[in-house]
Structure formats: structure tokens, C-alpha cells
Design a protein around this ligand. Structure first.
Ligand code: GNR
Ligand code: NI
Length: 173
């Protein structure tokens, strides 16, 4: 297992559109294991492959309190989403320190492959539903700050560029 480094907004690579996973093999399972290790270490509830510069449709999640309910979604597709508007305060490991409200579906049904390549469907609501939609956006090259106003995004971008400069000046890459 290995810790992977997480791309930070405004890195252009976060806007890459991921390709479907062609075969669920040991290469993919190794990537899944590394993504779980990275997600748990970073204390995130989810991680999309895009965030670790791997551009295939792969998501890991764990929204449980105890951090012992890992879920893998390979080639996920939303089969159904509820339509009533629903807001949640979101954060993102690729935009550290930024939290803001985003409107999403409150409930979704998603179809995906598991780590053995077997298809399954998952019904989710609340944080898990929000997380699935947030991660599927990453796979499409979209970061949650793109839902915010241009003014907020401009401020966030400036804050992230400044934080990067400070990290580089302190010699921590
Ligand atoms: O850790 C995370 N928490 C979170 C909180 C509210 C809505 C979405 C998320 S996902 C985020 C981890 C992350 O950046 N995944 O891409
Ligand atoms: Ni994110």
C-alpha cells in the first residue's frame, strides 16, 4: 500500500474527464487500496481517482462514524435521483479549508461495479448521496467550488495559490 498525493485546486489536472475502467484487475485493486489508505489518512469521507491524478472512473468512500464501512464504486452511473432541492455544506480534500453550501439531490440510486467487477446498485441519502454526487463530479472534471459564485471562486483560487506558494517556500511539496 502507498499514500498518494492529492491534487489541489486550481490544478488543471482536476478538470480531466476520467475514462471507464476497462477491466477490474489487480492493477485497479492496488489503486483502490492506495486510495483507501490516502482517504483514511486525510480523514475524508470520499476520494475520486481524479484527485490522485488517476483518470479512470473509480471512487472510494466511507461515511460511517467508525470508519469501517468502505465502499468502492467502479464505473458508477446515477440510475435515479430525487428532485426536491437539498443543500449540504461541502468540503473537498482538493480545496482544503473551504466549506460552502451546494444544492444536490437528497437521494440517489447508483449502479456500479464492485472490486470483483460484479455489478450492484446502491441507494443513498443525506451525506452518502451528497458524497456520491461530489465524487462523480470529480470524475467529470468538476470541483464543488464551480457551483459557487464567480466572486467566491476568485477568492478561493487566490487563497489556494497563496497557500501553495507558502508550502513551496517552506520546502514542503
Ligand atoms: O471529506 C469530504 N467531505 C465531504 C463533506 C461534504 C460533502 C462532500 C464531501 S467529500 C470530501 C472528500 C473529497 O474531497 N472527496 O472528493
Ligand atoms: Ni472532493
Amino acid at each position: 500500500m502507498a499514500l498518494l498525493s492529492i491534487l489541489c485546486y486550481p490544478d488543471e489536472r482536476l478538470h480531466t474527464v476520467a475514462k471507464p475502467v476497462a477491466v477490474v484487475d489487480d492493477r485497479i485493486r492496488r489503486q483502490i487500496d492506495d486510495m483507501f489508505e490516502t482517504m483514511y489518512e486525510a480523514k475524508g469521507v470520499g476520494l475520486a481517482a481524479t484527485q490522485v491524478d488517476f483518470h479512470e472512473r473509480l471512487i472510494v468512500m466511507d461515511v460511517s462514524e467508525e470508519r469501517n464501512e468502505p465502499i468502492v464504486l467502479i464505473n458508477p452511473e446515477i440510475e435515479w435521483a430525487s428532485t426536491e432541492p437539498f443543500e449540504w455544506e461541502e468540503g473537498c480534500l482538493s480545496v482544503p479549508g473551504v466549506y460552502d453550501r451546494v444544492q444536490r439531490a437528497e437521494r440517489v440510486r447508483v449502479r456500479a461495479l464492485d472490486r470483483d467487477g460484479q455489478p450492484f446498485t446502491l441507494e443513498a441519502e443525506g451525506l452518502m448521496a451528497v458524497c456520491i454526487q461530489h465524487e462523480m463530479d470529480h470524475l467529470m472534471g468538476k470541483v464543488f467550488v464551480e457551483y459557487l459564485s464567480l466572486l467566491k471562486r476568485t477568492r478561493i483560487r487566490a487563497k489556494m495559490v497563496k497557500a501553495r506558494r507558502e508550502r513551496e517556500r517552506d520546502g514542503e511539496h
